[in-house]
Design a protein around this ligand. Structure first.
Ligand SMILES: [Cu+2]
Length: 483
């Protein structure tokens, strides 16, 4: 069992890694000239830790970690595109021995105990109650949440009370809950196929998953990281696994799928295909989770995502030595290099970048963007929630525009990007399910619903128009909503 302490990292940092690195990335993505940009940012994370006991069994661990992380981004330009590689060197991995529990997070507190069994029973909407039983090592409690959903129609969204949240609802969550009636109205007259609001899977937030559900997800990813690659060995000689196949495709397509007409749709299709691989090749039974940035923005280093627990995505700083991916090695990159380059997964999780994707900023993005053009430009702007999430992780390859999917946390971040797009669409489904703006960066022409979206060797080509609706899009294969 891990020692538990509540630590307060030094919050201040002289510079702002998201902006600094983001600027490099942005200029890399929009320029075709021969130039190079190099920025260096010192990120002081977890400079000191004052341990306060937050659990009866906890041991105060004084990490006293003067962890200085240098994040350096360099952008080298090819003829038409940018390749940004970010090297991260950490002088200390002192955070490794410290685990903090967020006092407001009951689920996390329970799941951090290795002997804890958390069983979450989600009852379908035809039932009237849900039972969530949490059994920590020395006590047990039963929470019965009455369901308000007794409808058996195919157009009724599952009630929010069917899926209790581990954190208080933020303004974006509340917008989601209050917008469900719009989805139901739409579904009543538009959903004719097999995908309905009742059959749709529900993508939930990381902390809302039980410990078992989180481990099932990370176990499936570990499986994908061991299955042999199917990439062309001449094109991607360094690929060793199916996980690497996804990384390689993103690396190859980076110039055409960011700041483009297909940015949102391409990443939706990519994430769906990844989820499908987890299910079909590795037996994952759940829906893909997402990372609600705001929940951890005040202290991402000690969050349930990056605190190093068995139920997290691993370490926050330096070489990842903890959690489910402790023995995972990154094989490709940095940048667009496809040669075999095994190295540890490094993170530079920091609080500064997380301030660019708070709930207030996300809410503003959703409610003030009246066109898809405004929405996708604001989302990808500097600062903005897209880059903000990437640089909250930072590191190698997490902070690398090309190779970032080599960090498994990439997919949780992009699920939130997809959720925010979905919620923006839900505000006006009649017009926003056909809204497209920006350019097709392969042809240089204005993007259109007729554009082809390609995932290379990962999945078949599809028309962009078929990727806009999560309820029945992609020939009926898309069938999900978000909590
Ligand atoms: Cu991307």
């Amino acid at each position: 069992m891990r020692a538990a302490s509540r630590s307060t990292p030094s919050a201040s940092s002289a510079s702002h890694p998201a902006v600094t690195n983001g600027t490099a990335v942005a200029s890399a993505a929009s320029s075709s000239s021969q130039s190079s940009v190099a920025t260096s940012t010192a990120v002081n994370s977890a400079a000191s830790s004052s341990a306060q006991s937050s659990a009866a069994t906890s041991t105060a661990v004084n990490s006293a970690s003067a962890s200085s992380t240098a994040v350096e981004s360099t952008a080298a330009y090819s003829t038409t595109t940018a390749k940004a590689g970010i090297e991260t060197a950490s002088s200390s991995a002192a955070a490794a021995s410290t685990t903090a529990l967020s006092s407001q997070t009951t689920v996390e507190a329970l799941s951090s105990a290795s002997t804890t069994a958390v069983t979450s029973v989600a009852v379908s909407s035809s039932a009237t109650t849900n039972i969530v039983t949490s059994t920590p090592s020395s006590s047990s409690s039963i929470v019965v949440v009455p369901s308000t959903s007794t409808s058996t129609t195919k157009t009724k969204a599952p009630a929010a009370t069917n899926y209790p949240r581990a954190y208080p609802a933020d303004v974006v969550d509340k917008l989601r809950d209050s917008s469900l009636s719009k989805l139901e109205t739409y579904a009543a007259s538009n959903l004719a196929g097999s995908c309905t609001l009742e059959t749709a899977s529900i993508r939930r937030e990381w902390s809302d998953l039980s410990a078992d559900e989180r481990i099932a997800y990370t176990t499936a990813i570990r499986c994908l990281q061991t299955l042999p690659s199917k990439s062309d060995a001449k094109e991607v000689p360094g690929a060793r696994s199916r996980f690497d196949d996804f990384m390689a495709v993103h690396m190859a397509m980076t110039p055409y799928i960011h700041n483009s007409a297909n940015f949102l749709a391409w990443h939706r299709y990519y994430l769906f295909t990844y989820e499908k691989a987890l299910k079909e090749e590795c037996g994952y039974a759940g829906a893909h989770p997402y990372w609600n940035w705001d929940r951890y923005a005040s202290d991402p280093v000690h969050s349930p995502l990056f605190n190093g627990n068995a139920t997290s995505m691993g370490s926050a700083s330096g070489c990842n030595t903890e959690g489910p991916f402790a023995d995972y090695q990154v094989n490709l990159g940095p940048g667009t290099s496809t040669r075999y380059n095994p190295r540890c997964l490094k993170r530079a999780v920091n609080r500064d970048a997380a301030q660019d994707c708070t709930a207030d900023k996300t809410y503003s993005l959703i409610t003030r963007s009246s066109s898809v053009s405004a929405f996708q430009n604001t989302m990808q702007g500097i600062p903005g929630v897209h880059v903000g999430g990437h640089f909250t992780m930072g590191g190698d390859p997490g902070g690398d525009i090309n190779a970032s999917p080599g960090d498994p946390a990439f997919y949780l971040h992009h699920a939130m990007i997809d959720r925010v797009w979905w919620l923006w669409q839900v505000q006006d489904l009649q017009s926003r399910l056909t809204a497209v703006a920006g350019n097709d960066l392969k042809t240089g022409r204005a993007g259109s619903l007729k554009d082809t979206v390609s995932l290379g060797m990962l999945n078949g080509d599809v028309e962009l128009s078929s990727l806009l609706n999560t309820l029945g899009g992609n020939g009926g294969e898309f069938c999900y909503i978000y909590l």
